[in-house]
Design a protein around this ligand. Structure first.
Ligand code: SF4
Length: 109
């Protein structure tokens, strides 16, 4: 999946389980469909829209190209008020903070 996205295949914005989750988790085990995850996703979408300067919504497609990743990573690392709007209560907060602090080294995209 990461290789396909890196090659320029656009990612489509969805609500609930994406193609990865849907293929791995039976419906009853999909934490991505819990209210807390939905609220986090909505904050992420709002933050991404603000950073990119254009509205994004379900069904829209984005190419995760070099410019996109550079813009989003800079906001994530250097402008947490905009770049980390969904992250406050996320259990992965420290992991993602460390990845950003290390320059996203080893990230597949
Ligand atoms: S901490 Fe990481 S996994 Fe959690 S919402 Fe932020 S970017 Fe996503």
């Amino acid at each position: 999946m990461a290789a396909r996205l890196a090659s320029g295949v656009p990612a489509r914005i969805v609500t609930g389980a994406d193609d990865i989750c849907a293929g791995l988790c039976p419906p009853a085990e999909r934490h991505c469909e819990l209210e807390s995850a939905s609220a986090r996703d909505a904050r992420a979408l709002s933050g991404a829209s603000e950073i990119l300067g254009r509205p994004l919504g379900e069904g829209d497609e984005v190419r995760l190209d070099r410019d996109y990743l550079s813009t989003m990573r800079a906001a994530f690392r250097d402008d947490p008020a905009r770049g980390r709007t969904p992250c406050g209560d996320c259990p992965w907060f420290d992991v993602c903070t460390d990845i950003a602090a290390n320059g996203f080294a080893g990230a597949r995209l």
